[in-house]
Design a protein around this ligand. Sequence first.
Ligand code: MN
Length: 185
Amino acid sequence: MSDLSNYEKKRNLQQSKEPKATKRASSSKFVIQKHDASHLHYDFLIAVDGVYKSWAIPKGPSISTKHKRLAVQVEDHPLSYGNFEGVIPKGEYGAGTVMVWDRGTYRNLKKETSMKQCLKNGRIEIFLNGKILKGGFALVRFREKNWLLIKMKDDYASDSKNLLTSNPKSVKSGKTMSQIQKEKS
Ligand code: MN
């Protein structure tokens, strides 16, 4: 149990410039990689307890609340994977070009439920603060590894914008998929 009452009791925070005893939901990293493997898809990586929980989204994320995007949970990735951009060689697992399409931080909107528990429950609600994606998103499990990614209703939702086509370049390098691909060949 975290409890900041003792912290406050010991200090006069009117007099001292030490941080106030306000609880804040901790923010963690997320990354979305565009991955041109045997089929183009987007990998959604959210940091939970020191690893990236990972989903492959065939159609990519949408900011329309009308869309439910299939997100297939895949193996956990190390946090260092979030910086990876380049070409996975032919014959290797996931062969093809990988771009860092978006990255930033997220907050768990279910404040009373840990991310670990949300994963177990099959219901995640997070607020993304990326360079491209912003606002609330829900991930809802419907069968084993199969989840749905759904934009929650807020000011960042739109039925007319397609952020996938309007953001064709890497947020890491500014390169397009073909520029990343050419560099390695
Ligand atoms: Mn992938």
